[in-house]
Design a protein around this ligand. Sequence first.
Ligand SMILES: Cc1ncc(COP(=O)(O)O)c(C=O)c1O
Ligand code: FES
Length: 388
Amino acid sequence: MYLDMQATTPLDPRVVDVMLPFMTEQYGNPHSRTHLYGWEAEDAVEVARAQVAGVIGADPKEIIFTSGATESNNLAIKGVAQFYKDKKNHIITTQTDHKCVLDSCRYLQQRGFDVTYLPVEKNGLINLGQLADAIRPETSLVSVMAVNNEIGVVQPLMEIGKLCRQNKVFFHTDAAQAVGKIPIDVNAMNIDLLSISGHKLYGPKGIGAIYIRRRPRVRLEAQMSGGGQERGLRSGTVPHFLAVGLGAACDIAAQEMQRDQGHIKRLSERLYNGILSQLQGVVLNGDPLSRYCGNINLSFAYDVAVSSGSACTSASLEPSYVLRALGVEEDMAHTSIRFGIGRFTTEAEVDRAVELTVQHVNKLREMSPLWEMVQEGIDLKTIQWSQH
Ligand SMILES: Cc1ncc(COP(=O)(O)O)c(C=O)c1O
Ligand code: FES
């Protein structure tokens, strides 16, 4: 039973089929210009580039292959900030963006840039008025993720894009959890830079892409020195079989998005209703409407000692910084579980997850004196504990 599709997805077998020949017979270097092996590989990379562009409504020339969304986010944020640094030294992101976005911003802060970390509302969405107020003449970039990896909320991309364009500020979105799952159109949404990860959409790990708008043109400083591949923005040999895999994954996702959504929505509802019909004191984290249906993040009231921390950083016992940014109380943040449903999830897996969740929560609650008090109608917040 695997319900962690935000962490990673399995390779679609159709993607593997397309990749295989490029690992065995067609193993040329796509940058070798003098023989058939090189040409074959180059052609395959260009087909893949067009497939990646296709799923977000971009031009293939606007796609650069990278090693994943972490690299794309680093390149977008550091690259734009550094290129425009003489005139503009301010960037804006959100408190709930991915660690690699936040860390890239911290890196810039240490080098003299000014960063605004926008708070989010209780539902996990940013406040557009606050974003408008945060934009200054010296702002070069706004970076707001599309779908949140922990709670699945979808930020208002269309509105953010419009605001950024009006103010002549570039708009980058980390769309690692969004591409191939929800419709994205870089032109309709005025997105200037966008990060993609292969292994979140049934493609291979170790490959990703960044979309960089050509009109109006976005300039950025490369973060890798070398042979000047990928228009000088990302030196290093393109791993052609991975690129081919990413291309195929994007192509399949584009064609089957509606079908995937139908399947995933049905199973998510089954999971959510299954748990909520059998347990009290369960809360869905994040906006109930503006969300990707394959992510269900639930908190279980009172002493369910699951203490998973963040679904993504479960090695630490600290409650998730994303849930804290929503104002979720510490006890509820500590008892949150993220369920991730995807293309290959089955009804049987969901039913088993419901059964196990209900069983475990009931067991932990039986052991909890706090839960007993809640059952008796005592509001725990009114209690004076003898310590502290
Ligand atoms: C929202 C988000 N951004 C970026 C990443 C990093 O992606 P990659 O593993 O391709 O570097 C992830 C994956 O964990 C993610 O969920
Ligand atoms: S899903 Fe990406 S870090 Fe957890």
